[in-house]
Design a protein around this ligand. Structure first.
Ligand SMILES: [Zn+2]
Length: 207
């Protein structure tokens, strides 16, 4: 891919907002990554959102002409094809396990990894699929690979997933006695700075 094609590809992929990609394909990735994090760790939803589009952005960055040139000079190939190197299921799984079992900083790496993992799994539902390991670039699809990205089926899956996550989060929180959504207040509550009543009346205030 030459520079011109790269720019064209960028325009096609990310529309007018190359680095703030809110194209519709990413919309579903954001929903699925964010909803997963919402159930377990609402304060880190922003981290999960970044992770949930990371496989595409890392691919995009690695395909910048300068990096392509470096790879060519080192005989490592040129363009990274879509949904290959940055979409390997094993990489994201290892990252999550590493963050969980070995080292992390305030669960940030973990939720970034979980975001990325939800991304590649979601891409794996499409007919073209994703590679499972770095040892073979043959791509596998899950559930028969019938979910075409960007179609109503995918939106339906994302929205249903979101509803299920909200439902699960609510039932978790009703056991705990509060709804951990507006996390600043929930956090204060956790620290014992405010009581449950104060949290209840303030929870819908965002500032
Ligand atoms: Zn992707």
């Amino acid at each position: 891919m030459d520079v011109l094609n790269y720019r064209r590809g960028m325009g096609g992929m990310y529309g007018m907002y190359p680095m703030y990609g809110m194209n519709m394909k990413h919309f579903n990735h954001y929903i699925i990554g964010g909803a997963t994090c919402y159930v377990f760790n609402p304060p880190l939803i922003p981290v999960a959102l970044i992770g949930s589009v990371a496989p595409d952005y890392i691919e995009y960055i690695l395909n910048a002409p300068i990096f392509q040139q470096v790879r060519k000079n080192n005989r490592l190939g040129g363009v990274i094809k879509h949904r290959t190197t940055t979409h390997i299921l094993m990489y994201w799984l290892v990252l999550v396990l590493f963050a969980w079992l070995v080292w992390d900083f305030r669960a940030i790496l973990f939720w970034f990894g979980v975001g990325g993992l939800t991304h590649v799994i979601t891409d794996g539902l499409s007919p073209s699929g994703i590679p499972l390991t770095p040892f073979s670039m043959n791509r596998s699809s899950f559930l028969g690979g019938r979910v075409l990205l960007g179609t109503p089926v995918e939106y339906a899956i994302a929205i249903i997933y979101l509803i299920v996550c909200v439902f699960v989060a609510q039932s978790f929180s009703s056991q705990l006695g509060f709804v951990p959504f507006f996390y600043n207040w929930a956090d204060e509550y956790n620290k014992g700075l405010i009581d449950g009543y104060e949290w209840k009346i303030n929870r819908f205030k965002l500032i």
